[in-house]
Design a protein around this ligand. Structure first.
Ligand code: UDP
Length: 377
């Protein structure tokens, strides 16, 4: 197939993971086919739904941060086939007209969707506005993706990251031949690199020799970033800390007001996460699927400071059962585990090795190949 081909990615900036996954797929597509692809991003909630749903992006972080129980309740109540269909159908009715209009204008040759609440509206709008083009869903939750990811099941291809996600897809009736277990799309920049950890640290202005703990909370600086970082510093562990607050400005301001007991670097949203992970010896994070997948590829021991109820529970199992890290939900547990890891190079190395075994560095290229295969049919 020759000529410029247009791919539309439907996602949403609820958290940072959906956009990161789209960017990783585009990066891989460009590597495989540098000149002949045009890519477009469409934020489902912002561009296709009315108020207050169009504010879902900015509201997601505070909601999950301050009312996690309510989020978890909503997740569990809707995570069954009947409710998943109702929820998806509701969003379909609300969003389909605007989405169809956008599709008619953009006239893509293929649509990829990586947001659970946009699959139903996305598929129906695509079938109506651009009949005959492929619609691919890319599931970016690792352990137990919500069932809404798999409704309706009539997508042309459903790309899932793990075996447990496959089980959920089957439960919703996605046909076997439409399923591809590939992994979660992660930027190729997280893969092997010629620069040593010491070199990367020096380039980032860190102490090249210092054991480095990276503390993050997804794209929105969610979870227990502040108390966890403070506990590490107060314990005066022999480490340097890098804290990435993401888009959470008030968290960054709070962190900057502190007199830190150990060398500490505080950052807002960074565009070079691969470098910061390469510089680190251990990562402390909420159980975000994107961050976990990246840390696994980077071979980082993972200390999970918490998880979004429902949505991220399966991610915890993946890390802990896979031997790549621990769930340390209290500052005391975190400090005790981290102290042990800092003092024990072998134990750190074992966790790092387990992380690498779980990592899927080729996932985004494999996904890009599937997309191109459907595009060329
Ligand atoms: N991220 C980033 N810069 C930041 C903070 C986070 O690029 O300053 C990226 C991170 O590398 C990951 C994504 O944002 O790709 C976060 O995704 P995750 O699924 O872990 O959590 P979410 O924010 O979606 O809840």
């Amino acid at each position: 197939m020759t000529g410029q081909r247009r791919i539309l990615f439907i996602f949403s900036d609820t958290g940072g993971g959906h956009r990161s996954a789209v960017e990783a797929m585009i990066e891989a597509l460009r590597q495989l086919r540098p000149d002949s692809l045009e890519t477009h991003l469409l934020d489902f909630f912002t561009e296709c739904t009315p108020f207050p749903l169009n504010r879902a992006g900015p509201l997601y972080g505070p909601w999950v941060n301050y009312a996690a129980w309510a989020w978890g309740l909503g997740w569990h109540v809707t995570d069954n086939p009947v409710m998943a269909r109702l929820l998806s159908g509701f969003l379909d009715r609300i969003a389909r007209p605007a989405l169809s209009d956008r599709l008619k204008v953009l006239a893509p040759n293929l649509v990829v969707c990586d947001h659970p609440l946009a699959i139903c509206a996305g598929l129906h709008a695509t079938r109506a506005a651009c009949p005959g083009i492929p619609f691919i869903s890319v599931i970016t939750d690792l352990g137990n993706p919500h069932l809404a990811w798999f409704y309706p099941p009539e997508v042309d291809c459903c790309i899932v990251p793990t075996g447990s996600a496959v089980e959920r897809a089957r439960r919703m009736g996605v046909p076997e031949e439409k399923l591809a277990i590939v992994g979660l799309p992660v930027s190729l920049q997280f893969g092997p690199n010629s620069r040593s950890r010491r070199q990367v640290r020096a380039d980032l202005g860190l102490d090249p020799e210092g054991v480095t703990v990276l503390v993050v909370g997804g794209g929105e600086g969610m979870g227990r970033v502040y108390p966890m970082a403070r506990a590490i510093a107060r314990a005066r562990l022999p480490v340097q800390i890098v804290i990435i607050a993401g888009r959470n400005r008030s968290l960054k301001n709070r962190l900057e007001e502190v007199g830190w007991e150990v060398p500490t670097r505080i950052l807002g949203f960074v565009k070079n996460m691969p470098d910061w992970m390469r510089a680190a010896d251990v990562i402390v994070t909420k159980a975000g699927p994107g961050t976990i997948s990246e840390a696994l590829i980077a071979g980082l021991p993972i200390l999970l400071s918490g998880y979004v109820p429902g949505q991220e529970e399966g991610n915890v199992r993946l890390v802990v059962d896979g031997g790549a890290g621990y769930l340390t939900e209290t500052p005391e547990a975190l400090v005790a585990t981290l102290r042990n890891l800092v003092e024990n190079d072998d134990r750190r190395a074992r966790l790092a090795e387990a992380a690498r075994r779980l990592g899927r560095p080729d996932a985004s290229l494999a996904i890009a190949r599937i997309i191109l295969d459907h595009l060329d049919r």
